[in-house]
Write a new protein. Structure first.
Lengths: 312, 314, 243
């Protein structure tokens, strides 16, 4: 394949990654922004979403004998709710008890990471297991070239995407718009933003901060879970799959700036697309090295990220 | 902080007890305790930063690995002898710590945790990247013939245990001396109220950098010793797990106490050892331990003891 | 060398020191001199820029323009800890001590930096605490003290540094009347060895302690003089004392 079509392919793959990443990172950003704590177990909520969707899909498929798309739809509905409920419980039982102290929260969420990961290992096993996508048509994509009569379209072999991948991108966009609407137009969103802006004043206004926190934690986990449900037909569910999304979400949130939905989405696009394109030219390991160093440097020299606004 | 007598005597007693253990322990525990003592030096190094100066790093595996590879790579590829390689390992730990400190100490709190985590991750990935030299996750073995330190065969169980013991004892007394010194008092002051320490005339940035370099040197020494004593160098030791473990050990045993790290390593080591027999998911135990600790006993075993009964415990 | 000048250089002085915060000028080209041995009070209505000005003196804030000189040296670019190390001591508006450490350790941190060989840390610490009457509970955690005693501890820490200049930022806030009387006696005794700069709202304390008073308003010096002069100054009365 020539470089043009190759880049188009990489961009499409990158767009899928970016879509899923933006949802996951948004979950982390909400928790970071509203609660001011770092949830190191965020990747595990992602993984649980994938694992839960496998359980639901398998149940629907084998026990009920229903078609693949029904299993997927059920997973899409149930998995985020289940993971969100678990997160809600974790917040009330652990995080609230340590008073959301930044250091103790990090330590506690590290503990949660190990518990969730290893419990999944015990219950789900060490293998990667696939989930059927609800639909999956191969769509060949055209590219332009100079022919005898000027510009003409042709279909390079290997340049294709699937209908499901396009669906993932579309679903992510829809969800992001949905979250934006909730944050900016509903009372819940207003309450969350108020608590993020000034916790003490929010309390003084009678906002039940503890419950807002539990809700936020649950929503953050739910977003990660939904992202995982979307990606699992492409990627397979595995008990260790939370590591990369965690790292990438961190990178996105830090570069995009805290508390900025637009920053998160833009940074996710940047990271998601460049991850795909950089991997074309560099080894994935080198790309990851550069990415982690970039995050560190941004934190050291420009802690408000690229789009965030933090007073100096 | 009056008098060196009681704490000095206590630590001397611990050192002698551990020395006696060399002759009393059955073979399995003999080897296990050698490992514990070496890792305890790693924990001691971490404690200098976390327990005493109040800086929570999530990237200390980088310093341990710097010592491990700083010793291992020259031995493997340049044929360097064990003696200079060991000291090269210590120096590597200190140097890497200085470099990380120069950048990371410009941040604080959560940002500091993330920056140190990122540097450690970058270090781990770099080890994987240079696969042909480091053999990545698989690692490489250091030949037994090379592991002779001033004529002593480090693979022999007695020599191995006593070397680990010597390293630990030196490190323990060094840390004890530090925390009882005026400089140690300043580190604690920085942890307790950084702005007040600054307004008493202390160059806080310089002290923090000193703390991280000392920490790096200790962790590097532990890494280099671990490679020499057990003959294996691998990338696992640079992974996130080995950044979380010292935090866990120190929290468990008691942050800000000199003996806490040893207690934490021993406890955790045997806890995992015992539970490995029962389940594959022994990290589940570690995870649960972390959650319970931070919920109910944030001061750790010795920390709670000091709070309730023995206030003179350093 | 030029002809010897009659007066020695003041211990602390500023020339045109200015600080902007965005569009707001918090300190506006202030020229300030403080000769050694004086007890100077700095007063002014809320928002006058006292805290910012003191921050500029102590080095906690760097100026947008102007210079600060201390003990014959230009310290404008020096960070706070370096100025403290050169002979300034500072007590915070909201008492800032090491609550989890013992009284001994608190004062030891102040003493140990200037401890000369041959001096004993223990006796210096006890002496410093004795000056404020807290030498009977060396090992008690400082956080267990009452607020008034914590303030005294902080002053003891300032004194223990053997400073040339002691900056006290609203020291009597939160103290009872009896404690205030004790504080006044302490300051008079301290002023025998050190220069004192006192930021205060309590006018009784200011009038009875200060040798001279500097009045700030809207970031600039409104008036400067003896307590009697300031008391009689109509501009000060308008801005601050309410006629």
């Amino acid at each position: 394949m020539d470089i043009g079509p190759y880049l188009l392919l990489a961009s499409l793959e990158g767009a899928v990654l970016a879509a899923v990443l933006s949802l996951t990172a948004l979950g982390l950003s909400l928790v970071f922004g509203v609660m001011r704590v770092v949830n190191v177990a965020h990747g595990e909520f992602f993984m649980l979403g994938a694992v839960a969707s496998w359980f639901v899909a398998t149940f629907v498929d084998e026990t009920l004998g229903a078609p693949a798309w029904l299993g997927f739809a059920a997973a899409l509905a149930c998995a985020p709710l289940a993971v969100g409920a678990l997160a809600w419980a974790a917040d009330r039982l652990v995080l609230e008890r340590v008073g959301y102290d930044p250091e103790r929260t990090i330590v506690a969420t590290i503990g949660l990471l190990y518990i969730i990961q290893q419990a999944t290992l015990m219950g789900f096993g060490p293998d990667a297991r696939p989930v059927q996508p609800p639909f999956n048509h191969r769509l060949a994509l055209p590219w332009v070239e100079w022919g005898e009569e000027g510009l003409a379209l042709y279909w390079p072999w290997g340049l294709s995407t699937t209908s499901y991948k396009l669906f993932v991108i579309g679903a992510a966009v829809a969800l992001l718009i949905g979250v934006w609407l909730v944050l900016s137009r509903t009372r819940l969103g207003l309450v969350m933003r108020a608590t993020q802006f000034d916790r003490e004043t929010a309390q003084a206004f009678g906002i039940p901060v503890d419950r807002v926190f539990a809700m936020t934690f649950a929503i953050g986990a739910g977003l990660a879970a939904v992202a995982a449900v979307l990606i699992v037909p492409i990627q397979q569910a595995h008990y260790l799959m939370g590591g990369d999304p965690l790292l990438l979400s961190f990178i996105v949130v830090i570069i995009g700036g805290l508390g900025s939905l637009r920053g998160t989405v833009l940074a996710a696009l940047l990271i998601g697309m460049s991850d795909g394109i950089i991997s074309v030219f560099f080894s994935p390991t080198l790309a990851k090295i550069l990415a982690t160093l970039l995050v560190a440097m941004v934190l050291v020299f420009r802690p408000q990220g690229l789009f965030g606004a933090r007073p100096a | 902080m009056t008098g060196f007598a009681k704490p000095g005597a206590l630590h001397l007693a611990v050192a002698l007890l551990l020395l006696a253990a060399n002759f009393l322990l059955p073979e399995y525990h003999h080897g296990a305790m050698a490992r514990v003592l070496t890792l305890a030096v790693f924990a001691l190094g971490y404690n200098v930063m976390f327990g005493y100066t109040g800086l929570l790093s999530l990237g200390h595996a980088l310093f341990f690995a710097a010592g491990l590879y700083g010793m291992g790579l020259p031995m493997q590829h340049l044929g360097l002898d064990a003696e200079p390689a060991f000291f090269l390992g210590i120096a590597s730990g200190a140097l890497v710590a200085a470099a990380v400190g120069a950048l990371a100490l410009r941040t604080a709190g959560v940002a500091f945790m993330i920056v140190t985590l990122m540097f450690a991750q970058a270090g781990y990935l770099t080890i994987l990247y240079f696969l042909e030299y480091t053999r990545g996750d698989e690692g490489f073995v250091i030949a037994r013939e090379a592991r002779f330190f001033f004529g002593l065969d480090l693979a022999a169980p007695d020599v191995r245990y006593l070397s680990a013991w010597l390293l630990f004892t030196v490190a323990m007394f060094a840390v004890l001396a530090l925390v009882r010194s005026p400089a140690g008092r300043v580190l604690v002051a920085i942890r307790e109220n950084e702005e007040r320490a600054r307004m008493l005339g202390y160059d806080v940035a310089r002290y923090k950098l000193g703390a991280i370099v000392i920490s790096g040197a200790l962790c590097g020494a532990a890494g280099a010793a671990y490679g020499l004593l057990f003959g294996y160098v691998g990338a696992t030791f640079a992974s996130v797990q080995y950044s979380i473990l010292p935090l866990l050990w120190v929290l468990l045993g008691g942050a800000g106490t000199v003996l806490g790290p040893l207690l934490g390593v021993t406890f955790m080591f045997y806890l995992i050892d015992l539970s490995s027999g029962i389940t594959d998911a022994y990290m589940l135990i570690a995870g649960a331990a972390l959650v319970i600790l931070t919920l109910f006993a944030p001061a750790g075993l010795l920390g709670e003891l000091r709070r309730r009964a023995l206030p003179w415990l350093p | 060398m030029t002809a010897p000048s009659a007066a020695p250089e003041p211990l602390l002085s500023t020339q045109g020191v200015t600080r902007w915060f965005g569009g707001l000028c918090a300190v506006d080209h202030v020229d300030f001199t403080l000769p050694a041995g004086e007890i100077r009070a700095l007063i002014g209505p809320n928002g006058a820029g006292k805290s910012t000005f003191v921050g500029l003196l102590a080095g906690r804030i760097l100026p947008s323009e102007g210079r600060v000189r201390f003990a014959g040296e230009d310290v404008t670019r020096l960070p706070a800890h370096a100025r403290m190390a050169r002979g300034m001591a500072y007590t915070f508006q909201i008492t800032s001590i090491f609550a989890n450490l013992s009284l001994f350790d608190n004062v030891a941190l102040a003493v140990q930096r200037r401890l000369a060989p041959g001096q004993s840390l223990g006796s210096e610490v006890e002496a410093a605490l004795a000056r404020v009457g807290l030498d009977d509970r060396l090992d008690q955690p400082a956080g267990d003290l009452s607020y008034g005693h914590q303030r005294l501890l902080e002053i003891a820490m300032g004194l223990a540094q053997r400073p040339r200049l002691l900056i006290l930022d609203e020291p009597t806030q939160g103290l009872s009347d009896g404690e205030i009387e004790g504080f006044k006696a302490l300051v008079r005794e301290v002023a025998r060895d050190a220069t004192v700069l006192l930021i205060e709202h309590n006018m009784d304390v200011v009038m009875s302690l200060a040798d001279r008073i500097t009045v700030l308003d809207m970031g600039a010096v409104l008036a400067e003089g003896t307590p009697a002069e300031i008391h009689a100054d109509p501009a000060v009365q308008r801005a601050y004392l309410g006629g």
